[in-house]
Design a protein around this ligand. Sequence first.
Ligand code: HEC
Length: 161
Amino acid sequence: MLKKVMVVLFIGFVLIQFYPVSRTNPPVISELPGDSAAKDLFKRACYDCHSHETVWPWYSYVAPVSWLVTDDVSHAREHLNFSSWGEYNVKQQKHKLEEIIEEVEEGNMPLWFYLPLHAHAKIQEEDVATLRAWAKGLSVVDSTSNAVQSESSHGEPGHQH
Ligand code: HEC
């Protein structure tokens, strides 16, 4: 009996591997301008889900985990996409900035289950300070500008690399 169950489960496991999953990395449209410590932080901790530069891990090729991973990435890109940052208008960018800082401060992002296999993505206290300083240095309130411009393209003031 147990053997039969195992065989059925195994066949099921093999069959679900054929269900199509889309692990796409579309072209980058308009990234955050310039270089900054904040951008490095996003690349390190957020880009796997919130950009078109996802590094798809081996388990994203194995159903049913692949379904969860691709689903998370597509939702994450819908909510916040660093690869099309320039497509957001000033108001949206401002709102995203607030959300980013909020989510990171509250420890909601990166998603907890991402961390055990991506230790480099862990957010430290100094990372939150980096984000705050960066957000302050952006002239998002300038209504004449159509995009977030960094006041300095070499990192936010006061931050040493
Ligand atoms: C493992 C994938 C993953 C990683 C890594 C990740 N996120 Fe997310 N993020 C998501 C998903 C999925 C959602 C959509 C949540 C939902 O559906 O409610 C989301 C939503 C968000 C939102 C929008 C929240 C809202 O209320 O709309 C923000 C802001 C955000 N993430 C910021 C970040 C930042 C900043 C990082 C890096 C420090 C990060 N995320 C890393 C998966 C991820």
